[in-house]
Design a protein around this ligand. Structure first.
Ligand SMILES: Cc1cc2nc3c(=O)[nH]c(=O)nc-3n(C[C@H](O)[C@H](O)[C@H](O)COP(=O)(O)OP(=O)(O)OC[C@H]3O[C@@H](n4cnc5c(N)ncnc54)[C@H](O)[C@@H]3O)c2cc1C
Length: 405
């Protein structure tokens, strides 16, 4: 029997392969790059674990949790909350339901009004318990309609969700906001001890050894035949495109009309001997000015991310910044956050990630799986742009294909 050919060894392709394999269907994955994981990859550099862009795994993701062995991932949690930089100092704003001792400090922090803080509790209740759905709208209008003040939207929501949506106009669909808010409420943001690539690696480990061919970019598809860059052609029983939406549109012109626009991010890593703060918590730029959106000291969360005696800082700048002086500009900005010591931070690497997340505006359709010209299409663009979304899309594509047999 010809195998099902899956193009792309990102999380959607791997999840699809695993569900088909569990049903006894032979699968072969063709991957263009030199490794598995797609957008979820980690490189080791001089003892540091550098994820390709700041990412976290939310341990409440229900479908991902079914495929992964979470204890074996040795997930290290972030503190629930954030430190917010107001131009002078960092103010802690904690999830008071999980850190009740912080209620006073959080209530007194000059981030939004007291009414805003009560509204967060109301929103939490509504998202966890209400069955009625709010209309799909931008996240910004959802927050305004919920009664949040412009101050808390500007100082907290723009940078916190800016770091997740990779845009801080908050134009992303409120469905995505509600989904991530629920995940943060029900669990923790975490880092696997071995780096984010530990997640796709666990899926690969559950597949037969010869399932994946790396360094095998597909250049064209014709019916159930694919051609690789070497000219080699392969024939599939069924063909699944699990590439990112940008590549999907290139390989399958019929998809072009649905190809989304992209959000980009520039991610910088620095190291220093003394971490500027000791806590495993994200720090957000609440000033609305400057390049930096968010900072995490990854070695405070997962010590395995850095050699002993070194701290690893991850700084996210929204959008693509190709400026050669970017690291110097970020270091100058870090000095306003952490004082003159930041001048000596050592720059390790900058990642420019053009195709980071597909735009998901209000009205975004989430078909899970899609079939065009006899080719199945899966990927995060079909669901929510997230690890969970990619895994769900892989699962739903496998289920649709199995149902069609
Ligand atoms: C910087 C950044 C931060 C993020 N933060 C988070 C986060 O904190 N939490 C979260 O849940 N999600 C996060 N995400 C989103 C999440 O990583 C993605 O939604 C998910 O990994 C997408 O998986 P995918 O399989 O749909 O696509 P991809 O991971 O893009 O996989 C597609 C694969 O197809 C391969 N490919 C492409 N073209 C070809 C070809 N012609 N032939 C063969 N192979 C090809 C690619 O090399 C790639 O391996 C983040 C993403 C980025 C980039």
């Amino acid at each position: 029997m010809q195998p099902v050919l899956i193009i792309g060894a990102g999380l959607s392709g791997l999840s699809c392969a695993l569900y088909l394999h569990k049903k006894g269907i032979p699968v072969q994955i063709l991957e263009a790059s030199d490794g598995i994981g797609g957008r979820v990859r980690t490189d080791e550099l001089d003892g540091f674990l550098l994820d390709r862009g700041f990412q976290v795994y939310l341990d409440a993701y229900p479908e991902a949790g079914k495929l992964l062995d979470l204890p074996a991932l040795d997930l290290k949690p972030f503190e629930p909350g954030a430190l917010i930089f107001d131009g002078e100092k960092l103010h802690p704003v904690m999830d008071v339901f999980r850190r009740p001792a912080s209620v006073l400090r959080s209530a007194l922090a000059p981030i939004g009004t007291l009414a805003d803080k009560l509204r967060v509790a109301l929103l939490r209740f509504k998202i966890l318990h209400s069955t009625s759905k709010s209309p799909d709208q931008t996240t910004e209008s959802f927050l305004k309609n919920f009664g949040f003040s412009p101050r808390i939207i500007d100082t907290f929501f723009r940078s916190f969700y800016g770091g997740i949506f990779l845009e801080n106009d908050l134009r992303t669909s409120s469905r995505m906001f509600e989904f991530t808010f629920r995940m943060f409420t029900q669990g923790s943001a975490t880092l696997p001890a071995a780096g984010m690539q530990g997640i796709p690696q666990q899926l690969v480990d559950q597949l037969p050894a010869d399932t994946i061919r790396l360094n095998s970019p597909v250049t064209s598809i014709h019916g159930k035949q694919v051609t690789l860059n070497t000219g080699e052609t392969l024939t599939a029983s069924h063909l699944i495109l699990a590439t990112d939406a940008h590549q999907t549109a290139k390989l399958l012109p019929a998809f072009q009309a649905q190809s989304p626009t992209w959000r980009a991010v520039t991610s910088l890593y620095f190291t220093t001997e003394k971490a500027p703060f000791p806590d495993p918590i994200i720090a957000l730029n609440g000033t609305g000015k400057g390049l930096i959106n968010n900072i995490a000291i990854l070695s405070n969360v997962a010590p395995s991310y850095a050699p002993t005696g070194q701290a690893l800082l991850s700084v996210s700048v929204l959008g693509l910044h190709q400026n050669e002086n970017l690291a110097a500009l970020v270091i100058a900005e870090l000095q306003t956050w952490f004082g003159p010591a930041a001048k000596n931070y050592r720059h390790l690497r900058t990642d420019h990630i053009r195709h980071a997340l597909p735009e998901q505006k209000p009205g975004h359709k989430s078909p899970g799986s899609l079939k065009l010209n006899n080719t199945w299409i899966c990927g995060d663009h079909n669901t929510t742009a997230s690890i969970e979304g990619a895994i769900i899309s892989g699962k739903q594509t496998a289920e649709s294909l199995l149902a069609s047999l």
